[in-house]
Write a protein that binds this ligand. Structure first.
Ligand code: CA
Length: 417
């Protein structure tokens, strides 16, 4: 088992969940991620794989991929058993919204995003002008999708896709994505050897699947290639194009945090939109005390139920939702965009006495576990099965219920003792 597979990570799992959602693989819940992923044992599939690859070669050429690209892609093609293990792995428990948000919208991601706003200011201004999508939202999406390009991954996409097309679930879908990937190579946009990603399929700064890429990627820096792996302007403009096609309305906010009266019994849900005047009549107010907007259609979401923060969300929130089909995901981008704009944290706390941890706090937790001899791995902030086991042991020693979850309470207990 590779080191990456042993460790897993919330980042990787968020990626897997996202892919699963994009591909409609049936990961049901709104907020899912693994602290620890149970990875199934590898299986040797060499002989059937070779036969399958022969079939793929023929089908790829029939599907219009040029024979020289097919030859280059399938020469020395071997089975990548890691992708099947990742596909089979199931999250052990659902990640609470406050864990998800603490991980995705932490101080480091806000600080990095502000730097990126400066570094990419010129491109962002041009992209904003061309597509009408707010630069803060684009940088937030970039930060959540790939940690501003840091989440590179070492899966060779054609190999990973061929492995899934031969052995995985949803083989037909991955076969189609494989052919799209090869057509991207044939178009000269991405070099075969550069075609790597964090898992099977999505790639580049803004993590498009090959089919999405072929539909929506753009050559914004006009060097003749649509390159969302190496060109930040191409990647950000491609994301802007995606949002524009998903109904993004220039100049409109994604929404805002609200206060809901305790007695509220009206409609809830992103898609149950109503005029702002209707929400005002129902007693909904902005959490920051500012006046409600004069017009617009909004839906009320309460990601943690009645006790937690509530939001009125616009059509632009739906555009963010369409990128990944998860409200928690859309909220992470929405909130990160507001933080990049200089706005503060949510006014209402999440309904928990054991809040989630930032990436820096996760590392600190691992350092404390190492110091106690409970964890033998690296303090890398990745919450894999080894870290989860160490947390459970620390919880037991402290007389707490063993959960394996990295939360503020166990961090405090370890830091103080
Ligand atoms: Ca380009």
């Amino acid at each position: 088992m590779s080191c990456a597979a042993k460790q897993g990570s919330v980042a990787l799992t968020v990626t897997i969940v996202r892919l699963s959602r994009r591909l409609r693989l049936g990961v049901g819940a709104l907020i899912i991620a693994a602290l620890a992923m149970g990875l199934a044992a590898p299986s040797a599939k060499a002989a059937p794989f070779e036969t399958c690859v022969k079939g793929l070669r023929t089908s790829a050429i029939k599907a219009g991929v040029s024979p020289d690209i097919v030859e280059a892609a399938f020469r020395d093609m071997t089975f990548d058993e890691r992708v099947l293990r990742f596909q089979r792995s199931q999250p052990e428990y659902r990640l609470a919204i406050w864990d998800y948000m603490a991980f995705l919208v932490d101080e480091a991601r806000i600080a990095d995003g502000r730097k990126m706003l400066e570094i990419e200011a010129k491109s962002l201004a041009a992209i904003e002008k061309a597509y009408g999508v707010d630069k803060y939202v684009l940088v937030a999406l970039w930060g959540v999708e790939s940690d501003y390009g840091r989440l590179e991954g070492d899966f060779h996409l054609p190999r990973a896709l061929a492995s899934l097309a031969c052995e995985g679930k949803r083989a037909a879908l991955f076969k189609a994505e494989l052919f799209h990937a090869l057509k991207i190579v044939a178009a000269g946009d991405v070099k075969l050897q550069d075609f790597t990603g964090p898992w099977a399929g999505a790639f580049g700064h803004t993590q498009f699947m090959p089919s999405t890429y072929r539909r929506l990627a753009v050559d914004f820096d006009r060097d003749g290639r649509k390159d969302t792996i190496n060109s930040i302007p191409d990647a950000l403009a491609s994301a802007a194009n995606y949002l524009k096609r998903s109904g993004w309305r220039p100049g409109q906010a994604w929404g805002f945090e609200v206060k809901v009266p305790a007695s509220y019994k009206g409609p809830t849900g992103r898609t149950r939109k109503a005029a702002i005047s209707a929400w005002a009549k129902r007693g909904i107010r902005r959490a920051d005390g500012a006046a409600l907007p004069k017009a617009g259609s909004y839906g009320l979401i309460r990601p943690a139920g009645r006790g937690g923060p509530a939001f009125l969300v616009s059509r632009n929130f739906d555009a963010l939702y369409s990128y990944n089909a998860a409200e928690s995901y859309a909220l992470a981008i929405a909130h990160l965009s507001d933080r990049l704009r200089g706005k503060g944290a949510f006014r209402t706390a999440w309904p928990t006495d054991d809040p989630g941890l930032s990436r820096a706090e996760r590392k600190r937790l691992q350092e404390l576990l190492i110091a106690r001899g409970l964890y033998k791995g690296e303090a890398d902030g990745r919450m894999g099965p080894l870290t989860a086991a160490a947390i459970r042991e620390a919880e037991k020693q402290a007389g707490m219920k063993p959960t394996g979850r990295p939360g503020a309470r166990i961090l405090r207990v370890l830091a103080e003792n």
